[in-house]
Design a protein around this ligand. Sequence first.
Ligand code: AKG
Length: 224
Amino acid sequence: MQIDLFDAQLTDGQGSEHFSASTGTVHLLADHRLILYPHFLSPRSAADFFSSIDASTPWWQGSLRIAGKQIDVPRLQCWMGDPHCYFAYTGLGLSPEPWSEPVSEIRNLIEELTGVSYNCVLINKYRNKNDSVAWHADDEPQLGPSPQIASLSLGGTREFQFKSKIAFAHEKRASRLMKYTLQLATGSLLIMEPGVQEHWLHRVPKSKLNVQPRINLTFRNIAK
Ligand SMILES: O=C(O)CCC(=O)C(=O)O
């Protein structure tokens, strides 16, 4: 498999008080499409949403048991959504927090742009350069066989990396060729179309640079 990248304009900017420009760029990971809207929210709206989401979200510190020790995950989290949306988290079924007003508003804006419905969202807060999320795919069975995920970023720019699942299972030399990195800046919206979660892992690595705090929201859909 070969990474094949090209840029294509999708739509032109349109009127909404929040949209800066809804022009998207397609990035191909082999046969699977990412669409990046770098200026989905204006810088002002992104800053306002960062503050209101940061203040209104019931942040939660998750932990994992590794080699007999309970270790904090390196970020804060919140699972939000419709009441039926349970989240499988290290063997636990987490109940969702009810939709907050700013998160609900962002969901409406994304649904308006993409024409796809989302009924739950995982919100991550990266407090500093040491916060991160390890390689994984959003491929939990309750998301269905081929989910579309919409990922909105607010605050400091972070690297978002992809790695082929096949390469991950084999040697390091192959995996180097199968990596792809995007910079996710504030106000950007990344759509990971069906197919991406089945074939690719993603992560946000720790940063070498000092970065501003960042909030990321990955909108998903769980069938009733
Ligand atoms: O912070 C990000 O950009 C990605 C978060 C993520 O990978 C997830 O919520 O599954």
